[in-house]
Design a protein around this ligand. Structure first.
Ligand SMILES: Cc1cc2nc3c(=O)[nH]c(=O)nc-3n(C[C@H](O)[C@H](O)[C@H](O)COP(=O)(O)O)c2cc1C
Length: 265
């Protein structure tokens, strides 16, 4: 399946049918996560955890029997690297027909951390249930999707700009439009969509617009995890080079430069 088709097909699945993953699917996921990398070259280690054996749960998920989690050292850019890596697994799972939900908040965190973390400088930013979607969403899931408007995304002209933040980006380049669409459709914490991109020639500068209340020592800056996911979507869709070098474009106080992706480099 093409990446954009896969990105369009993914949604958070919070109601599962109770079947455990097949051995074949679990083996494929285990093999796939060993191939995952990220442009920050920060190691991200994945874990597959039985729900019952580890006492894991999430108040928003039902019918799941297993979770995946990952850990990373708490170094600069660890959130972006984590988001970038984790999203690759999420999309591969969708490709196999496995349902997932990125979960940074609504879980019994202590049980997950006990299963995964060993050193004080390690962080587990996200987990996801793994299973097969039930035919019908639970009432709780339907209500939650409506409350956070999970099926909606901001329009193109609120997200993508040219040269600075004053003019929306206009381009007829189909490959670029599709890469930007892949960013636009990305999942984000509480569907806040904090990503903005300023195009300068072939360089696409990624920025994070901070909302209050999405960062703590333990959870990291969840919106930087969102940024990692957005970078993964864009970079899957393009031949590109990655760098972190602030171009100095004026930004408002709530906006932070994250990284630059240069297309065709
Ligand atoms: C960093 C991050 C953290 C998230 N944390 C949670 C969470 O704690 N609980 C939850 O139910 N969904 C969580 N989500 C899922 C988002 O709510 C969801 O992706 C968004 O509403 C868009 O819906 P969709 O995934 O169906 O496209 C998280 C997503 C991201 C990217």
């Amino acid at each position: 399946m093409k990446y954009l088709k896969l990105i369009r097909a993914r949604r958070s699945v919070r109601t599962f049918d109770g079947r455990p993953l097949t051995d074949e699917h679990l083996e494929k996921l285990r093999a796939f996560v060993r191939t995952i990398n990220n442009p920050y070259d920060i190691p991200v280690e994945f874990f597959f955890l039985d729900k019952a054996a580890n006492g894991l749960s999430s108040p928003v998920i039902s019918g799941e029997t297993m979770y995946a989690a990952a850990k990373v050292k708490a170094v600069p850019h660890s959130e972006e690297a984590f988001g970038y890596a984790f999203e690759q697994m999420i999309l591969y799972a969708r490709y196999l027909g496995i349902g997932t939900t990125l979960i940074g908040g609504t879980m019994n965190r202590e049980a997950f951390e006990t299963a995964v973390l060993r050193e004080s400088d390690e962080r587990m930013y996200l987990v996801t249930p793994l299973g097969y979607p039930a035919d019908k969403m639970s009432l709780k899931e339907t209500a939650m999707r409506a409350a956070i408007r999970a099926d909606k995304r901001k329009p193109f002209d609120e997200l993508f700009f040219e040269n600075d933040f004053s003019a929306p980006l206009e381009t007829d380049d189909e490959a670029i439009r599709e890469a930007l669409e892949a960013v636009r459709l990305a999942p984000s914490a509480v569907n806040k969509q904090p990503w903005r991109i300023v195009k300068c020639g072939n360089a696409f500068h990624f920025y994070e617009v901070h909302s209050k209340g999405y960062a703590s020592e333990q959870t990291g800056d969840m919106q930087k995890i969102d940024m990692g996911i957005a970078l993964a979507h864009f970079m899957m869709m393009t031949d590109c080079a990655f760098s972190v070098s602030d171009p100095g474009i004026p930004v408002s106080d709530d906006t932070e430069y994250i990284a630059t992706v240069t297309v065709g480099a």
